[in-house]
Design a protein around this ligand. Structure first.
Ligand SMILES: NC(=O)c1ccc[n+]([C@@H]2O[C@H](COP(=O)([O-])OP(=O)(O)OC[C@H]3O[C@@H](n4cnc5c(N)ncnc54)[C@H](O)[C@@H]3O)[C@@H](O)[C@H]2O)c1
Length: 318
């Protein structure tokens, strides 16, 4: 496949730098731009990543750029077709994602305004937490159409659920299919009815109590990593998820994946950013794809929608 285009990753912390590295290693982009407010951090990481190219054999160039609070440096993201926002604080043990809202809203607003100015035709993928609220804020602050702004959560939460099911059942990862919808927080909705092992539904493979435990472990998947690391949050699985979304947009793959997308009518839910399955292409979200849910799962998805709706309404004023 020919290499083309530019993708930018804002924030060169653990999430941003691993995402940039994965995107570069795909070797499908001409350039990956990595930016950060800490002087020299993005440049240093980009230099290091470029030096891995002769070993890993890829041609995509990585450009590091410091950005200042006045917006200088953002010229580096000019003409990017995709921008991934990872700037913002991660949580520490005992914190909820919502504890980050005030600090990260200021960062995400400032970043989004600069994206609108320098990469006005881009598709934006938000990962900063609290995810559903920061995605809504990025859409407001960029002024982009809602299909062009999405958040990463469902890919990660689904991958966590799949990993736990594979471990519990002694299966290969490739034999397991799961799904997680809803918010990236307390109202996350793992969907056992759409989950299977070697084509057999989860309820045929595991007793209900075991499934309930895996669902609960999935909801706490991020906190489990934070509690072990103590100084930050997960980034290997999260960056795999964001990079895969960016690849789907870059290649116009039309792949259906669980993401945080604008929902307006699907599942009887109106006007909110929520974790659902959606088809991704070069314009961002082509369409939200409704999945068959049990009554209980649908009720949980509606609870999630109302929980994030209230917070998303508040975010405008932050
Ligand atoms: N959506 C998800 O599934 C998911 C998963 C894991 C982490 N996260 C979130 O991703 C974010 C980043 O996590 P991390 O582990 O990389 O944290 P980190 O602390 O390692 O990195 C954050 C980076 O953002 C930079 N930054 C701060 N303000 C900035 C600004 N205005 N412009 C540019 N850069 C700025 C910091 O200098 C730092 O390098 C956090 O909010 C975290 O909660 C989301």
């Amino acid at each position: 496949m020919a290499r083309s285009g530019k993708v930018a990753v804002i924030g060169a912390g653990f999430y941003g730098s691993t995402t940039a590295m994965r995107l570069a290693e795909y070797d499908i982009f001409e350039t990956v731009v990595l930016t950060d407010v800490v002087e020299g951090k993005a440049e240093g990481l980009a230099l290091d990543m470029n030096q891995s190219r002769p070993i890993q054999n890829f041609e995509t160039k990585i450009v590091g750029q410091t950005t200042l609070p006045d917006g200088s440096g953002y010229e580096a993201i000019k003409d990017s077709s995709i921008v991934v926002i990872t700037a913002g604080l991660p949580r520490k043990p005992g914190m909820s994602r919502m504890d980050l809202i005030e600090t990260n809203a200021k960062i995400v607003r400032q970043v989004s305004e600069n994206i609108a100015k320098h990469a006005p035709n881009s598709v934006v993928i938000v990962v900063s937490n609290p995810l559903d609220e920061m995605t809504a804020l990025a859409q407001i602050a960029t002024g982009f159409s809602k299909n062009k702004v999405m958040g990463q959560a469902g890919m990660l939460d689904t991958a966590r659920f799949s990993y736990f099911v594979a471990e519990k059942t002694g299966s290969l990862i490739s034999e397991v299919k799961t799904l997680t919808l809803g918010s990236h927080g307390e109202t996350m909705v793992p969907v056992p009815s759409q989950s299977s092992v070697k084509g057999k539904s989860l309820s045929e493979v595991l007793p209900k109590e075991e499934i309930d435990k895996l669902v609960e472990r999935t909801r706490n998947g991020g906190a489990e990593v934070v509690a072990l690391l103590k100084t930050g949050s997960a980034y290997y699985a999260p960056s795999a998820a964001a990079a895969e979304m960016a690849k789907a947009v870059a290649t116009n793959s039309n792949k259906v994946m669980p993401v945080c997308a604008w929902v307006d009518g699907e599942y009887g839910i109106n006007g909110v950013y929520l974790g659902v399955e959606a088809q991704l292409g070069s314009n961002g979200i082509n369409k939200v794809v409704e999945t068959k849910l049990t009554d209980e799962e649908l009720a949980a998805l509606k609870v999630a929608a109302e929980a994030v709706r209230t917070k998303q309404a508040d975010v405008k004023n932050l």
